[in-house]
Design a protein around this ligand. Sequence first.
Ligand SMILES: Cc1cc2nc3c(=O)[nH]c(=O)nc-3n(C[C@H](O)[C@H](O)[C@H](O)COP(=O)(O)OP(=O)(O)OC[C@H]3O[C@@H](n4cnc5c(N)ncnc54)[C@H](O)[C@@H]3O)c2cc1C
Length: 336
Amino acid sequence: MRQPDVYDITIIGGGPVGLFTAFYSGMREMKTKIIEFLPYLGGKVPYFYPEKVIRDIGGIPAISGEKLTVDLIEQAMTFDPTIVLNEQVMYMERLEDGTFQLTSNNGAKHYTKTIVLATGFGSLKSVKLDLANAVDFEEKSLHYSIKKLESYRNKNVLISGGGNSAVDWANELEPIAKRVTLIYRKSAFTGIESNVSKMMNSTVEVLNPYELLKLNGENGQLSSAVVKQVDRADTKVIEVDNVIVNHGFEINLGPITEWRMNIENGTILVDQTMSTSIPGIFAIGDVANYPNKLALIAGGFNEGPIAVNSAKQLVSPQEPLNHLFSTHYEPLTSRN
Ligand SMILES: Cc1cc2nc3c(=O)[nH]c(=O)nc-3n(C[C@H](O)[C@H](O)[C@H](O)COP(=O)(O)OP(=O)(O)OC[C@H]3O[C@@H](n4cnc5c(N)ncnc54)[C@H](O)[C@@H]3O)c2cc1C
């Protein structure tokens, strides 16, 4: 029987953090595989915000989600990792020789010496609006993410939410839409301060604490929304063409939660080496949990190399822990 191909490292999840980790793993000459559930790479970025401008990655003042994804994929491919798409990893078994066997939803088996979980929140599902007729408008005039900013030009847009995504979209849409109203059920916003200040000093109409009470419209097209002040009877009717709901994400790691790692609030506890409670399995990016965790792309870009270096120590204990620089003096492969 043909021996299975055993990888040094298998990265589960091809989001931004998994992609950068594959690049770094290639730098350390680890035989690398990425397994991604979706039919494309990039994770939340192309899924939720291809056109949003990302401004909080060091050295990149501003880049669209789409361009960042293209660049990350190019970088990840530098050392030619194996890419498997359309597979959700479900089960893990440790074989007698210490190799991990992974089984996907389609029954495919993968063999690896170490595993890096870069699964984000598992599913890419947003928390849905809790109103009976919301589903009638979904994907027509009610959205949980913004794919094309231009489609909101001259529209009356209502955003529900008070975290980074809601505030970000309010600022992005303000110059495009006819009118942007943002409602939030709490008094204090949780979005980053400078974005909240920008929104407060703009033409965005901010109503808080307010919540959505009723949606009106027909044939999938919204015409108005009734909003209510929290703990009061006061209501307002707002004319709307579109409602955008940013109420967070469903965290669902699926059968991975049964692998017996330490899990808290749906995310996986790791130590400073990015190791989970199972030796040989690491977690990085949005799924990783440790004190003061930053669920941002830039945070994951540091965790990936730490996990790879920790994995390298298991695979090749004679090698040094850290290789400090990635610099070499060949011309740039792109943009030169
Ligand atoms: C609207 C919005 C705006 C944002 N703006 C910014 C910003 O400006 N700057 C910033 O730094 N961050 C921003 N973020 C957060 C950022 O997108 C995340 O921190 C980042 O995507 C995390 O990357 P990740 O690779 O850990 O996970 P993800 O991007 O979630 O990717 C995880 C991937 O793993 C796959 N997967 C999950 N389970 C399995 C499985 N069992 N088998 C195979 N594949 C699996 C998923 O399909 C997914 O593709 C924003 C998020 C949102 C929603």
